[in-house]
Design a protein around this ligand. Structure first.
Ligand code: GAP
Length: 499
């Protein structure tokens, strides 16, 4: 696996991601997505939306504003609790995220440790940063603040949302009523989130502006069974790191099934259902290698203020297994808080049961930028035999679906290739490349993940057929131009094998 800085260089060179405003030396924790990056990102979003919203009867979407009434963040607990501990060195006043510093220095998990615990570890191990001692540990709230309107008064303070999903809760009743939804149902949202991370690092993994794809799924707190939970969910098997293993410091992973976690009463049936749904979406729809994934149970001290149980899906990056997806049981925390602070009734009336209640919430939360990075890592293959990198991205998300090459720059070949390219462009994301040898052009497309390259040669002028070349096997087949679109459609949907 290439180190993260090499991945950042690859992404920049190939037009996926740039440091934001690089001509001014960028700004730490912010990135701009280039031509290829924006296509890949949009395709991942579309795949998630299709899986989460469009393919289901009981999930709808919303698109809330980034800045909202600050009372939302008071009610949600973010004003008081959404903070990391910060260490400041005495002389140079360098600021470090305390848990990351401990993890780096002592190689132990430190997320969720209290200021007292961290201070003890620093004292016992006589830790310093480049020889400097630290001031007293402080809380640092991660929300970006701004002012709404022309006033600088405290009352005008507002926040850039630190999580995308929160605006779903204040809208819960409106959306439920207007769409005549019955519990259990979900509301999903994709959008930007902002966190003033103390030390952004590892390229897209920990940035200050990122996108989240989140689902809030509302269930009856008295109903313990999930009718949607099938044997496929129960038998889903994965590498698992339990809270007990982490607490004991042994950190041994085991292979378990969702059923085993249910038997141990680690999670509710609805929670099990959603965890399994997204794990299978990763491995089946996105074709992510299961040996690179694990599910990790949060230990008690690291649970977010709103969660009673959280499981992360982690990916094995070059900097270790790290969270890409969080699956939390938020219970009735958010709706109850908004009911209290807004003095608005947030209960749901269950007609069938003739009962009023505040629903309980399961939240699968997906960071888009981390999934983007994961997909690049999982697809990246430095192929020695070919002498170039091959980005073996799953076909449903590739930034470019096909490339058209005229064999030579001769007028007739160019005209025919352009005609085919223009036609394909109506339906596929397509590129045209006439420079360099065909081998060089294949290599260029391999590095961008383009699954199919179409060469227009002298036989095309005679027989009206073209050569399609497959990225993964490098095999080539001859296809009549009249059948080209249908063939590409089926190849991209993986309805047919390349042969
Ligand atoms: N609404 C729940 C929530 O926000 P979280 O675990 O703090 O939970 C959810 O974040 C997901 O958002 C993470 O699994 C990760 O993929 C992504 N994420 C969080 N912080 C991030 C950051 N600084 N940079 C990039 N992605 C981040």
């Amino acid at each position: 696996m290439i180190p993260i800085d090499e991945m950042a260089t690859f992404c920049k060179k190939k037009g996926f991601v740039y440091p934001s405003a690089e001509i001014y030396n960028g700004i730490s924790g912010f990135f701009d997505f280039g031509a290829l990056g924006v296509e890949l990102k949009n395709n991942i979003k579309q795949a998630w939306w299709q899986f989460t919203v469009r393919s289901r009867d009981n999930v709808v979407g919303q698109d809330g504003s980034i800045i909202t009434n600050p009372k939302v963040w008071k009610a949600s607990g973010h004003v008081d609790n959404f903070a990391d501990l910060i260490l400041t060195t005495k002389k140079s006043r360098t600021k470090l995220r305390a848990d990351h510093f401990i993890e780096d220095e002592l190689k132990i998990p430190a997320d969720g440790l209290s200021a007292k615990d961290i201070q003890e570890l620093i004292d016992t191990n006589k830790l310093t940063y480049k020889g400097e001692e630290f001031e007293e540990i402080r809380d640092f709230n991660l929300m970006f603040q701004t002012n709404v309107g022309a006033s600088n008064d405290k009352e005008a303070t507002a926040y850039l949302r630190p999580e995308t999903c929160q605006s779903i809760f204040p809208n819960f009743r409106l959306i439920q009523e207007h769409n005549r939804l019955k519990v259990p149902f979900g509301i999903a949202q994709i959008g930007k989130a902002f966190r003033n991370e103390i030390s952004p690092r590892d390229f897209l993994f920990r940035s200050r502006e990122f996108e989240q794809m989140e689902l809030e799924f509302f269930t009856d707190p008295q109903e313990k069974t999930c009718p949607a939970l099938t044997d496929v969910h129960k038998n889903t098997t994965f590498q698992f790191l339990s809270a007990q293993e982490q607490d004991a410091g042994t950190n041994k992973m085991e292979t378990v099934s969702i059923q085993k976690l249910l038997d141990k009463e680690k999670l509710t049936e609805w929670h099990a259902y959603w965890l399994s749904e997204y794990y299978n979406w990763y491995t089946k729809t996105l074709s992510i290698k299961s040996e690179n994934l694990r599910i990790r149970e949060h230990v008690k001290t690291e649970l977010s203020h709103y969660s009673s149980a959280t499981f992360d899906i982690d990916y094995n990056f070059p900097f270790g297994f790290k969270e890409v997806h969080g699956s939390a049981n938020r219970g009735s925390f958010d709706l109850s808080q908004h009911e209290k602070e807004s003095k608005t009734n947030m209960t749901y009336f269950d007609e069938a049961e003739q009962r009023k209640y505040i629903p309980s919430v399961i939240e699968p939360s997906q960071g888009l930028d981390r999934l983007f990075l994961l997909m690049l890592y999982d697809a990246y293959d430095d192929d020695n035999e070919r002498g170039n990198i091959v980005l073996k991205l799953t076909k449903s998300v590739v930034p470019i679906q096909c490339a058209v090459f005229p064999l030579l720059g001769k007028e007739h070949l160019m005209a025919k290739a352009t005609e085919i390219y223009k036609d394909l462009q109506q339906e596929f994301t397509c590129t045209f490349d006439k420079s360099g040898s065909i081998g060089r052009r294949y290599a260029r497309q391999d590095e961008l993940g383009t699954p199919f390259c179409i060469t227009v040669d002298f036989d095309t002028l005679e027989n009206d057929d073209v050569t399609i070349r497959d990225r993964d096997s490098t095999k080539q087949v001859r296809v009549p131009v009249a059948e080209l679109k249908e063939r590409l459609r089926n190849l991209l949907k993986e309805n047919i094998e390349f042969s």
